[in-house]
Ligand binder design. Structure first.
Ligand code: ATP
Ligand code: MG
Length: 575
């Protein structure tokens, strides 16, 4: 599923065609439909994740592309696991991704009356019956892939008896699990989905919208096709695991006089390497305290990615580039990172931030002088202008930009070595101050060459490295949170035989650096603001910054070719 990365700055290619676009184009051409109606139907039992984004982009995107509409439908037929909090979060996330359902917000629970009528009509037509076997017995009767199922002894109940029992189920006369309404299809069907699937179950539980009005709730296979039909959906796009359910989708609609019969089309769900995707698993991470919440920046949720600094544009670009296929595959997490780098490269202001500071004193620079160095905000976009960076005698540089004993090919600071300070001067290291007890390097003594100020005639003198820096006197304190992938295994679900995916959690997925120093223009930066820290990566201001103490999340590192070289050489060197 990897497609070649697009070159930055090149115009976006036209959307690649896919089999769903082909179906829709044909349907419009042949007049089967005059307007496309799709829907995105999440169950409000958790927050949306990047897999849902694929479905959102596909459904809303196709509708927009073909001049149709897309409904947002909350598939809320399961009273126990659903919550209004999730409903609001889903709306926020879909809007944030850049899509609008206008006045087409629907709830499956709004169809409870209609669905109940449909169930009664099926019973009247002899196509559904009330079964009173226990869940275990029903399972035993179901057969296997190789053996047919067996009829329930209650399969031959009369229409009258079924109507009476179903009415009493609804009236609350029976306990949960004592009866279930089943479709009467074929217990010997080679497709187990068609072996008299349950349609309605008893649940004495209040629903977040319908309250205590119902104690019977329709199941997915019954609800989904009828909701699609009620809403006049033309193309009901869902993930591959529902392929076996398609005959049931069609069967239900064929038995009832319904307004329309939508076409179910399946596509491969998004799987990402080093990531778990299902809400059921994500909720485990949250409840188990493995992450700080649904919006932990390491989560593949939309709210997590947003907090991490992802843009809706990057996510939409990613969803377009991974395409739509009929066969399951795993997309490399690096592709998602490529999309955000590509987008932030164009729009993020460059700033200087020192994550692990090391003091540098420029011995021959005057004590009180402050020079304002002009710095480019974004070389990709001159319209973003320039800013002034204060430069003074005492600076911070990155600790890893100094080696007392530089290995081969390490061209940054070392005793006797010259480097350029970005937008400023060439400096030379002339001394090293160490902590007397630990021996740790705590300060570098340097001298600068006053002829080499960036932009001046003599600045052309070449040195092999340019470092970022922040003036100590002007620096702003910040905390920086560095994130790594949440799992160490490419497929965290690989330990299938009972092994819990949490054993693959990466203990180093979060590193907090609390003594970082950033340039003064970042003082008061608003939560959500995104920057490129020069030479390091893209960062955004975390909402935890509200109190005034700046907190940044690393969205993604810059493409670090050196890291690859270093890894290949397995040596402890850096340029
Ligand atoms: P999960 O396993 O995460 O709970 P789900 O399919 O149960 O996913 P729903 O809320 O029912 O979640 O999904 C809403 C829509 O999003 C469905 O049409 C579903 O097919 C789609 N969807 C869910 N996960 C993915 C994915 N990984 N890739 C593409 N589409 C997805
Ligand atoms: Mg689901």
């Amino acid at each position: 599923m990897k497609s070649p990365p697009r070159t930055t700055g090149a115009p976006a290619p036209p959307p690649p065609s896919n089999f769903i676009r082909t179906i829709i184009t044909d349907d419009l051409r042949t007049g089967k439909h005059s307007r496309v109606v799709t829907r995105f139907p999440p169950e409000p039992n958790g927050h949306l994740h990047i897999g849902h984004a694929k479905s959102v982009c596909l459904n809303f995107g196709l509708a927009a592309e073909f001049g149709g509409v897309c409904n947002l439908r909350l598939d809320d037929t399961n009273p126990e696991t659903e919550d209004v909090e999730y409903v609001e979060a889903i709306k926020t996330d879909v809007r944030w991704l850049g899509f609008d359902w206008h006045d087409r917000l629907f709830y499956a629970s709004d169809y409870f009356d209609k669905l109940h009528d449909c169930a009664v009509r099926l019973i009247e037509a002899g196509k559904a019956y009330v079964d009173s076997l226990s869940a275990d017995e029903i399972r035993e009767h179901r057969g296997t892939l190789t053996e047919p199922g067996r009829d329930s002894p209650h399969r031959s109940r009369s229409v009258k008896e079924n109507l009476d029992l179903f009415m009493r189920m609804r009236a609350g006369e029976f306990a949960d699990g004592t009866h279930v309404l089943r479709a009467k299809i074929d217990m010997a069907s080679p497709n187990p989905v068609m072996r008299d699937p349950p349609l309605y179950r008893i649940r004495h539980a209040a629903h977040h919208r319908s309250g205590a009005r119902w104690c019977v709730y329709p199941l997915y296979d019954f609800t989904h096709c009828l909701s699609d039909s009620i809403e006049g959906i033309t193309h009901s796009i869902c993930t591959l695991e529902f392929e076996n359910n398609r005959p049931l989708y069609d069967w239900v609609l064929d038995q009832l006089a319904v307004p329309c019969h939508p076409q179910q089309i399946e596509f491969a769900r998004l799987n990402l390497s080093y990531t778990v995707m299902s809400k059921r698993k994500l909720v485990k991470l949250v409840e188990g305290g493995h992450v700080s919440g649904w919006d932990d920046p390491r989560m593949p949720t939309i709210c997590g990615l947003r907090r991490r600094g992802y843009t809706p544009e990057a996510i939409r670009d990613f969803c377009e580039r991974i395409g739509v296929a009929k066969r399951d595959s795993v997309v490399d997490l690096a592709m998602l990172e490529h999309s955000i780098r590509d987008d932030l490269n164009k729009r993020a202001r460059r700033v200087m931030a020192v994550l692990r500071p090391l003091r540098v004193v420029i011995e021959n620079y005057p004590e009180e002088t402050v020079e304002e160095m002009e710095a480019v905000n974004n070389p990709e976009d001159p319209a973003m202008g320039t800013r002034r960076l204060p430069f003074s005698r005492v600076l911070y540089v990155e600790r890893e930009d100094f080696r007392e004993e530089p290995p081969p090919k390490f061209f940054r600071l070392a005793p006797g070595r010259e480097v350029r300070l970005r937008y400023a001067y060439i400096i030379k290291c002339v001394g090293v101050v160490k902590d007397e007890t630990t021996g740790e390097v705590v300060e570098l003594r340097c001298i600068y060459d006053s002829e080499t100020r960036s932009g001046s005639p003599a600045s052309a003198r070449k040195v092999k490295a340019t470092l970022h820096w922040v003036s100590v006197r002007h620096a702003v304190d910040a905390e920086v949170r560095l994130y790594d992938r949440l799992f160490t295994a490419e497929d965290p679900e690989a330990g299938r035989d009972g092994a819990d995916f949490t054993i693959f959690l990466n203990p180093g997925s979060l590193e907090r650096l609390t003594a970082c120093k950033v340039e003064p223009s970042l003082a008061g930066a608003a939560p959500g603001a995104r920057y490129q820290f020069e030479r390091q990566g893209y960062f955004c201001v975390d909402p935890d910054s509200a109190g005034g103490a700046l907190v940044f999340n690393r969205t993604v590192s810059l493409r670090d070719t050196w890291a690859k070289i270093e890894k290949a050489a397995a040596g402890d060197t850096a340029p």
